[in-house]
Design a protein around this ligand. Sequence first.
Ligand SMILES: [Zn+2]
Ligand SMILES: [Zn+2]
Length: 308
Amino acid sequence: MKALIKDGAEVRLREVDPPALSRPDQVRIRVAAAGLCRTDLYVAEGLLPSSSRLVLGHEFAGTVTEVGPEVVGVGMHQRVAVFPWMGCGECRWCEGGHQTACPQRRMLGVHQDGAFAEEIVVPGRLVYPLPDSTSFRAAAYAEPVAASLAILRAGLNPHSRGLVYGRNRIAELTYRLMRLHGFSRVELLKEQKEECSFDYVVETVTHPEDVARMLRLLRPGGTLVVKSRHPRPLQLDLQQLVPKEIRLAAVNYGDFQQSLDLLRNPQFHYEDLLGVGHPLEDWRLLFEEARRDESTKSFFRLSDVWDR
Ligand SMILES: [Zn+2]
Ligand SMILES: [Zn+2]
């Protein structure tokens, strides 16, 4: 099969053997659509520590082609999406349903083979069946939606005044999800704002100048919500942070099933945030496009029915 592989410092499209089930709790999936994310670019560029050789990609949907004997709730030929994070399954965070906080967490496309390939093998417990009305393309968008839904876990008062900071699809998505969930006084950064005017600011970019501006925009006692996973440390000006007694709230993911449900909600508009699909062969073009312009999500299409 074809797979986009990071091998040391190089990324290449290769012809490799399709993956085989190595455990009875695994599922094999033929990938139909896969989204390209900042995380994939960081891994490709070596900015995030990853396995030395692996298939990139973690946002995807496809069709089940093989089911291990110990898998429950997943059937052959089922259309599915996959949550890309795995925990150890035994620690208190995993048992509490927070495998993304597990000290031994692993991510598809970062720590083990991901989805920029014709087929992938994943643990059955990560697999979520799709309703017929959700296209593979939309389902491949469930992971970024789940990441933005983390905002609901930041302990914010929906009636307070807030700002989503950034001019990119992630800021736009977060803003729309907040409006949909009753945050009536949230704004999207469009023009110059007055200092000390927001109860909370949601970060989607981490450039030091932007972070300094976010701190100025927050009122004393306000909350800075941190949610991007940029590989470089965040620079915080303590001369702003401490006198203003700003609280930090770091949030990672919301519920994956909830995000799949949202993709079918007619009140949630997201089509304009999704870009067109390219074949794996065009990966250089797609990577360049994603680096240059963050307004829409870029996709690989691996099947003729990728947007159905
Ligand atoms: Zn992602
Ligand atoms: Zn664990």
